[in-house]
Design a protein around this ligand. Structure first.
Ligand SMILES: Nc1nc2c(ncn2[C@@H]2O[C@H](COP(=O)(O)OP(=O)(O)O)[C@@H](O)[C@H]2O)c(=O)[nH]1
Ligand SMILES: [Mg+2]
Length: 177
């Protein structure tokens, strides 16, 4: 059963982020990417390293994440079940024009009755491409501080880049802990 979903606007960088997490040693190709029509499934294994905390006893060593294509946002609801305990929400930090779209999508998840206990990881991706200030602006426009006070879900914010690999270890840790 798939307990983790990855959602976010079209082209926000979901496929590339998950691919980089799934294959930590891969070389990234930024030149072309295929739009996700429907869903992609990624299997992420926990590879222990000196920096990572060891897993708890009996913890899963492999997690399956389902990416929902941004162009099918109206259909996301079909994948929201009580079994979903984690959601990775990907925002393109370099594209603030898309931020209101991201905000609407995020909000629709937060108010979903079946997702009230879901843990959310808000990934500000493409940080290699964004100015530092854009990170603050993105969070401001998403009204994260206000939301945090009003919603039952736990939100973890991680800055990442599929290119520099910044934040990828943190996302893996969040997935497994
Ligand atoms: N600079 C940069 N570009 C990225 C990054 N992640 C994705 N991209 C680019 O953004 C575009 C959309 O990425 P993709 O993963 O297909 O987005 P998706 O629609 O959310 O799955 C592609 O052209 C990627 O090469 C990143 O971390 N940094
Ligand atoms: Mg995709």
């Amino acid at each position: 059963m798939i307990s983790c979903l990855c959602v976010g606007p079209k082209n926000s960088g979901k496929t590339m982020l998950l691919t980089s997490i799934q294959y930590p040693d891969s070389v990234n190709f930024t030149s072309h990417s295929v739009n996700t029509v429907g869903t992609n499934i990624f299997t992420i294994n926990y590879v222990p390293s000196a920096e990572k905390k060891p897993l708890k006893k009996n913890a899963k060593k492999s997690i399956t994440v389902r990416e929902l294509g941004g162009e099918m946002a109206v259909m996301w609801k079909n994948y929201y079940t009580e079994a979903v305990n984690k959601i990775i929400f990907v925002v393109d930090t370099s594209n603030l024009c898309q931020i209101s779209c991201a905000g609407v999508l995020l909000y629709s998840i937060l108010v979903e009755p079946r997702l009230q206990k879901t843990k959310i990881c808000l990934v500000l991706t493409k940080m290699d491409y964004a100015y530092r200030q854009m990170r603050n602006e993105a969070l401001l426009m998403l009204q994260i501080e206000t939301l945090k006070k009003q919603i039952p879900q736990d939100i973890t914010i991680i800055e990442a880049s599929a290119i520099t690999k910044e934040g990828l270890d943190q996302i893996t840790e969040w997935l497994f802990n």
